[in-house]
Design a protein around this ligand. Structure first.
Ligand SMILES: [Zn+2]
Length: 159
């Protein structure tokens, strides 16, 4: 179990796709909860990722759960909205692709230009597809809420 030091952020602190060059207007569905949007020159109020030299406890097992969740959402792009509602009609999810790539704040490589979105209990949770790189390559620790969210989603795939 990692030692968490951040909170999941809400939409009032980060607009949709602030750092991946979004040129499309989305319908706001407040409140959104977001993970993995980091500070840059235009958004200094956002957190910065903290790299660690070694794995945190349970990292690889948790990353497998994240991959399971992302691969379930991945086929449901913004161009197939009719497929985005789960069989029980409770959950909605979407893989949304934007215009420009993000850049890793730590190693500066290009790092994704899409976003995973899932609606649970009336709230949308969103995270960029480049977020996994921070956990994988730099041992960044997720927020406790995001850590728990992924465990919950991967533990019950009836959504
Ligand atoms: Zn990196």
């Amino acid at each position: 179990m990692p030692t968490f030091d951040r909170e999941l952020m809400t939409i009032d602190k980060v607009s949709r796709a602030h750092d991946i060059g979004n040129r499309q207007t989305l319908t706001e569905k407040s409140p959104d909860l977001v993970e993995g949007y980091w500070a840059d020159s235009a958004h200094s109020d956002l957190p910065s990722p903290t790299s660690h030299s070694s794995f945190w406890d349970g990292k690889l097992a948790w990353l497998r759960q994240l991959v399971i969740v992302e691969f379930k959402i991945y086929p449901h792009g913004q161009h197939n909205p009719q497929k985005n509602v789960s069989a029980d009609g409770v959950s909605e999810y979407c893989y949304f692709t934007y215009g420009d790539s993000s850049q890793c704040r730590i190693c500066k490589q290009k790092n994704g230009k899409s976003e995973y979105q899932i609606k649970i209990g009336g709230a949308w949770y969103r995270w960029p597809d480049g977020l996994r790189h921070y956990f994988d390559a730099h041992n960044v620790i997720p927020s406790k809420q995001f850590y728990d969210l992924i465990n919950s989603l991967s533990g019950n795939l009836n959504w």
